[in-house]
Design a protein around this ligand. Structure first.
Ligand code: AMP
Ligand code: GLY
Length: 423
């Protein structure tokens, strides 16, 4: 099978790494990819949102399957683009339809879906310019802190958590006035849920699903989960409190009702579902759906998947997931993100990275790097994801930290306390 992976981050390097271990993968292309994917696959310099250019590559390289990494092309309708063209009838696109991708692309759509299928989630009210008075009444009814979410995609920045009621009301107005552009024409106001977050992933064919290993990511830039939110500073898998009892609750109250909901709503969906969950006193609630894998969660989830990913994705595309029983590695995995100093605010690019060639016990996934004359330079905020196995997440973290110490670039930063809250 010839496979095209779309994306250029650590997630896509990890997906490519896992696919490349399959005997069923004859050739893998990545668009646009990064120097890490370039070592194990063929990079193609086109944008993930240029569907016509992707179609040209599919024709030219006889691609059998497209695996979509980031949400943008999914929310923009890449599945529909190929599905509506008879020429591509044989092509398998791993991803939801544009309609189903609204589970990530519109918070209001996701909330309505959860409400319809009784999936536990925070109480909410969707505000727009015409119902501000009712929105303020809802804010007055729920207690502080107040959660305001831009309805549409806002590059991970569209959620505000505010202590003060008057500030929440004024931010609500700012959002509706276009603080996040089109994305905040509607604002979902939610009850605040107090608990510990975790990420659960499945691959679905729209009817059945296989559960992947769960993970916990660390979003804040600073130690002890302080400072600004980032794309993710590291992740671990398994999650110690995801025990049999909690897993059963997640599966029966969240995963199965979601997949049954997709099916009964006739939503075309082949691919990954990422459940952003929160554990509130032993009960799981959905914070958000994503229609893709997480980054950096993928960098621990796929190393822990023992089964052949090409086989699972192929079965999903053929509506045969029911026959698949996934196998996991019993070892834990942990990834530490090495970032550019200053990230997630201003940071510099173009710093030469040393130490990538040193033998170590980790897999180093490239996130924001570039290749110039045989040397690798930083090219983003999140630069490298260092993943390792271990008997438990703490031993895995220790190995990733040992590897991190051998790698260097000017102003390199990483969190040294990952896992602190799981001891
Ligand atoms: P989201 O983009 O919906 O995942 O929200 C971003 C982050 O805001 C989440 O990872 C949570 O840490 C936090 N958050 C979102 N919704 C809530 C909520 N209802 N209660 C508490 N925290 C929340
Ligand atoms: N690590 C969180 C995400 O990928 O959305």
């Amino acid at each position: 099978m010839k496979i095209l992976v779309l994306g250029s981050g650590g997630r896509e390097h990890a997906i490519t790494w896992k696919l490349s271990q399959s005997k069923k993968a004859d050739k893998i292309f990545v668009a646009p990819g990064n120097p890490g994917t370039g070592e194990i696959a063929t990079n193609i310099a086109i944008s993930v949102n240029d569907f016509d250019a992707i179609a040209d590559e599919v024709r030219k390289n006889n691609i059998d399957m497209i695996v979509v990494g980031p949400e943008d092309p999914l929310v923009n309708g890449i599945w529909d683009y190929f599905n509506n063209r008879p020429e591509f009838a044989q092509l398998k696109v791993v991803g939801p339809s544009k309609y189903a991708a609204q589970l990530e692309g519109s918070k209001d759509f996701a909330k309505e879906f959860m409400q319809k299928f009784n999936i536990p989630t925070a109480g909410y009210f969707t505000a727009n310019k015409d119902n501000i008075e009712d929105a303020i009444l809802f804010l007055k009814k729920v207690s502080s802190p107040y959660v305001l979410k831009a309805d549409g995609l806002a590059a991970g920045k569209g959620v505000l958590i505010i202590e003060d009621l008057n500030e929440a009301i004024s931010e609500l107005k700012n959002m509706l006035d276009g603080k996040f552009g089109e994305a905040s024409t509607k604002v979902v106001i939610e009850e605040f849920l107090d608990g510990v977050e975790l990420s659960v992933f499945v691959i679905t064919d729209g009817k059945d699903y296989v559960l992947l290993p769960e993970a916990k990511d660390y979003k804040r830039i600073g130690e002890n989960n302080t400072g600004l939110n980032t794309g993710g500073m590291g992740a671990v898998s398994p999650v110690p409190f995801f025990d049999k009892d909690f897993r059963e609750k997640v599966v029966s109250k969240i995963v199965e009702p979601t997949i049954n909901g997709l099916y009964s709503e006739k939503m075309d969906y082949v691919g990954f579902v990422f459940f952003g969950l929160i554990n509130v006193k032993g009960e799981p609630f959905v914070i958000e759906y994503n229609v893709r894998m997480g980054d950096p969660e993928t960098e621990v989830v796929l190393p822990r998947l023992k089964s052949d990913l090409v086989e699972i994705l192929d079965a999903a595309c053929n509506s045969k997931l029911r026959d698949i029983i996934p196998e996991y590695h019993s070892d834990a995995a942990a990834t530490v993100m090495l970032v550019s100093g200053g990230y997630p605010e201003d940071y510099q690019k173009g710093k030469k990275i040393q130490g990538l060639d040193i033998q170590n016990q980790s897999v180093v996934f490239h996130a924001g790097t570039t290749l110039k004359d045989d040397d690798i330079f930083t090219n983003g905020g999140r630069v490298l994801a260092v993943s390792s196995y271990g008997l438990d997440i703490f031993k895995a973290l220790e190995k990733s930290y040992n590897t991190a110490k051998q790698i260097s670039f000017e102003n390199m930063y990483y969190r040294k306390d990952l896992g602190f809250d799981l001891k």
